[in-house]
Design a protein around this ligand. Structure first.
Ligand code: HEC
Ligand code: HEC
Length: 396
């Protein structure tokens, strides 16, 4: 419970500042000595984890970039990863739920790929452990790229001399020996460059710049770590903040639609899974299965309707919200929390609701302050891209 002390620390420093107005805000957390304010897009982020078996190299990153944007790897030639993770939309698609080949809809809201490199698991239900594992799924998902198997990906690459030459030089692998794991590694390396910190909050909190956040944002921050209890799941550490505990919670989104049906649904789901059903396909093609949340991965009843705590970085740019895209604005999200996990105050909460979700008794201006704070988490962009490529040397 490292965050337990945080509210005290922060409030104490805010108080100290009020006492001595001439002094800049006492450092609320460790000030990063390497950081150059307004230039360092890594401010507020922890070291980037890079797997030992997939080191970053400039050529591999460029290859991954090309693969990520290549529409040929889809059944109708219209779907690349970037269709749903668009560079210009903070690597999301702006839709409630994503649309794949031939206009087919899935069941879930596209997560941003920005900072996904820091996730301890991938997808809303954490069904893949890492970016390499994740990248193989959409290609063969029936409502995304829609290919029938990974061989089709490799066949396309084998007909393209440019790709073949690049795979050869990056991985030292011949056309014959090329596997989907090489493809996944290159894509993952590219994704590890989609990193963005240095938001107004980072400059305020980690660099001690008192004027980096507005008064409303500072009030919102106090609520975030205080009465709102948001920080218990959207965590802030002493020297960095990813705003996620990487755990799974039922906060009352979507689950009310399957409440009556849960025992039948869970049974049918487990049977299908035992018969070899792929979780990735089942949850993205069937709305009700999707609502089972983390249960679909662990088979644990207590995790019905539980989803991964998403990062809040750049959340201003990634509407609509929640795993099902059901909340259109940040204000709607705050109302949902204020009601204690239901959209309307008189609705019944679901049986599996997290103990951390209770009515908050916040006023409307306070909800607006929380929204203002969410907007303090938007990174500074440079150039036309949303994220600067991070230096290519491995962090460990
Ligand atoms: C048709 C739209 C679509 C396409 C195409 C697509 N994605 Fe996604 N992506 C999604 C959706 C929707 C989710 C959330 C699904 C879930 O959690 O069950 C997601 C989740 C992810 C995540 C997890 C992020 C997190 O925070 O958990 C990553 C990483 C990702 N996609 C990368 C990719 C890559 C790489 C490709 C191409 C190989 C790709 N996506 C293709 C829609 C798409
Ligand atoms: C018990 C843990 C928990 C607490 C407490 C909590 N959250 Fe969340 N938050 C989550 C989870 C889990 C989700 C995703 C839920 C889903 O999609 O079903 C989420 C989603 C969100 C989203 C939507 C993000 C997106 O990309 O769709 C926002 C914004 C948000 N939370 C802000 C807050 C704020 C502000 C507070 C405090 C008032 C708060 N959260 C308290 C766990 C929590």
């Amino acid at each position: 419970m490292r965050y337990a002390l945080l509210p005290v620390l922060v409030l104490a420093t805010l108080f100290a500042q009020k006492q001595a107005d001439t002094k800049p805000l006492a450092e609320p957390a460790a000030v990063n000595p390497q950081s150059v304010p307004d230039k360092n897009n890594l401010l507020g982020l922890p070291p980037l984890p890079i797997p030992a078996n997939n080191p970053q190299t400039p050529d591999k990153i460029a290859l991954g970039d090309k693969l990520f944007h290549d529409k040929r790897f889809s059944v109708d030639g219209t779907v690349s990863c970037s269709k749903c993770h668009d560079d210009k939309q903070a690597f999301t698609d702006g839709l409630p739920v994503s649309i794949g080949h031939h206009g087919l809809t899935g069941t879930r809201n596209a997560s941003t790929v920005l900072n996904a490199a820091f996730n301890q698991s991938q997808f809303w239900d954490g069904r893949e452990p890492d970016l390499e594992g994740q990248a193989k799924q959409p290609l063969i998902n029936p409502v995304e790229h829609g290919l029938t198997d990974h061989k089709q990906v490799l066949e396309i690459i084998r007909t393209d001399p440019d790709y073949l030459a690049t795979f050869q030089s990056v991985f030292d692998v011949s056309a014959k020996k090329l596997t989907i794991d090489h493809v996944a590694k290159a894509i993952a390396s590219f994704e590890r460059t989609l990193i963005a910190g240095n938001s107004p909050f980072d400059r305020y909190y980690f660099n001690g710049k008192t004027d980096a956040m507005t008064d409303a944002q500072i009030r919102g921050f106090e609520l975030f770590i205080g009465q709102g209890r948001c920080v218990s799941c959207h965590t802030i550490e002493q020297d960095h903040a990813l705003f996620t505990d990487n755990r799974f919670h039922n906060i009352g989104v979507g689950i009310n639609q399957i409440q009556q049906d849960i025992s039948r649904l869970t049974q049918a789901f487990l049977e299908a899974k035992n018969k070899g059903g792929q979780v990735d396909t089942m949850v993205l093609t069937d709305k009700k299965s999707s609502e089972l949340g983390r249960f679909a991965v662990t088979d644990e009843l207590s995790q019905i309707g539980a989803f991964k705590t998403p990062t809040l970085r750049n959340v201003e740019l990634t509407a609509p919200y929640m795993h099902d895209g059901s909340l259109k604005t940040l204000k709607e999200v705050m109302v949902h929390y204020n009601n204690g996990g239901v959209n309307k105050a008189d609705e019944r909460v679901n049986d599996f609701l997290s103990g951390g979700i209770r009515p908050l008794n916040l006023t409307d201006p306070q909800l607006n302050d929380l929204v203002a704070f969410m907007k303090a988490l938007t990174s500074s962009w440079s150039g036309s891209r949303y994220a600067n490529p991070i230096p290519t040397q491995a962090a460990n």
